[in-house]
Design a protein around this ligand. Structure first.
Ligand SMILES: [Zn+2]
Ligand SMILES: [Zn+2]
Ligand SMILES: [Zn+2]
Ligand SMILES: [Zn+2]
Length: 346
């Protein structure tokens, strides 16, 4: 909902504006996922300290106004820790813990003592060591028996984790959740597409989540020729101004062309909006369409699409288009030779 989006942005002024208009807005509404997040979780995971403080003070003043309503919300068995007494921990296999030791239990009653659970949360949120498994789990922490004996319990609720582990560890957990839908995960997933040519359903959904706008359309583009997508052109509206530019550090050139077929249009409005489909398109190394033999109007059309000048003689148009193709297609363009027309070799 809107309150989650606002928490994602983390601007306390926006929160205030929202509350001015909708004073009864539920500030503890959980997002619609299995391991749901409250607005404060989202903001905390993104490091919006001022926003979290503003949200908390709003919640405090509400609790004073209506004390009973809030405490009633957090009462499912999954959302409170359980006493360790008489329970066998499924990690350390101890059934004798210090008095007052707490722990958690999954939906199937598998107990984990708080000390082991903290370590478990730490492992399951390690985006440096286990990025793949963090992504597969959707950033959630499931029962330790899920892998060993196929326990089908739902993931542990945020509220429960927050109650059992330290604040630092809880923030790390929230960061891992954020990582799953974040840019880094997408970059990793897209690299996998390049290597293996396919994406799991989970990864596809993560990428859709990242680009999905409130109206259900996507803030990414797709190729105007082969429909490969998503293509992220970031904020740069004039693609030509960086296209062909050498990257700092010498690692090749910036190439805004379609990574699969090398189609390129300088103007963003020529790029169709991505439709959310992942198409399995083979990278083609056919090289650019032949420049030789193009009529003057066809040359001008191609130059216009590339955002280049259409001035000059046919010879100039050909050279200009070929230079653009070399920047876009790389080596395969160099094979192409153009005849120098009426004997004017340069
Ligand atoms: Zn234990
Ligand atoms: Zn279990
Ligand atoms: Zn393409
Ligand atoms: Zn630019």
């Amino acid at each position: 909902g809107v309150v989650h989006q606002v928490a994602y942005w983390g601007d306390p002024a926006v929160l205030q504006k929202l509350l001015d208009r909708f004073p009864a807005l539920d500030l503890e509404l959980e997002s619609a996922e299995e391991a749901a997040q409250e607005p404060a979780d989202i903001a905390q995971g993104r490091g919006h300290t001022a926003f979290v403080a503003a949200l908390r003070s709003q919640l405090e003043s509400r609790k004073k106004a209506a004390p009973s309503k809030v405490s009633a919300a957090a009462s499912t068995a999954m959302k409170v820790p359980v006493a360790a007494e008489g329970q066998l921990c499924n990690i350390c296999y101890m059934d004798e813990h210090e008095p007052d030791t707490l722990g958690v239990a999954c939906d199937d009653g598998h107990f984990i003592c708080s000390e082991c659970f903290s370590e478990w949360v730490r492992t399951e949120t390690d985006i440096e060591l286990n990025p793949q498994s963090v992504i597969e789990n959707g950033g959630r922490v499931t029962c330790v028996c899920a892998k060993a004996s196929g326990c089908k319990s739902h993931a542990f609720a945020n509220k429960l984790i927050a109650m059992v582990v330290t604040d630092d560890l809880y923030e790390r957990y929230l960061r891992a959740r954020d990582y799953v839908v974040g840019k880094e995960a997408v970059a990793g997933a897209l690299a996998k597409v390049k290597e293996q040519g396919s994406l799991g359903a989970v990864e596809q959904e993560q990428i859709r989540n990242l680009y999905r706008k409130a109206d259900g359309s996507y803030s990414a583009y797709m190729c105007g020729k082969c429909s490969f997508g998503p293509i992220d052109h970031m904020a740069c509206m004039d693609l030509k101004c960086h296209h062909g530019e050498k990257k700092s550090g010498g690692a090749g050139q910036i190439n805004n062309a379609c990574p699969k077929c090398k189609w390129f249009a300088a103007n963003l409005s020529k790029w169709p909006q991505w439709d959310g489909e992942f198409r399995n398109i083979k990278e083609s190394d056919d090289g650019p369409p032949p420049v030789e033999g193009l009529s003057v109007p066809a040359l001008k059309d191609a130059l216009k699409l590339a955002g280049l000048s259409c001035g000059g003689k046919k010879e100039d148009l050909k050279c200009r288009l070929l230079a653009h193709y070399e920047a876009t297609y790389g080596k395969s363009a160099k094979k192409q030779k153009i005849s120098s027309g009426a004997g004017s070799s340069s």
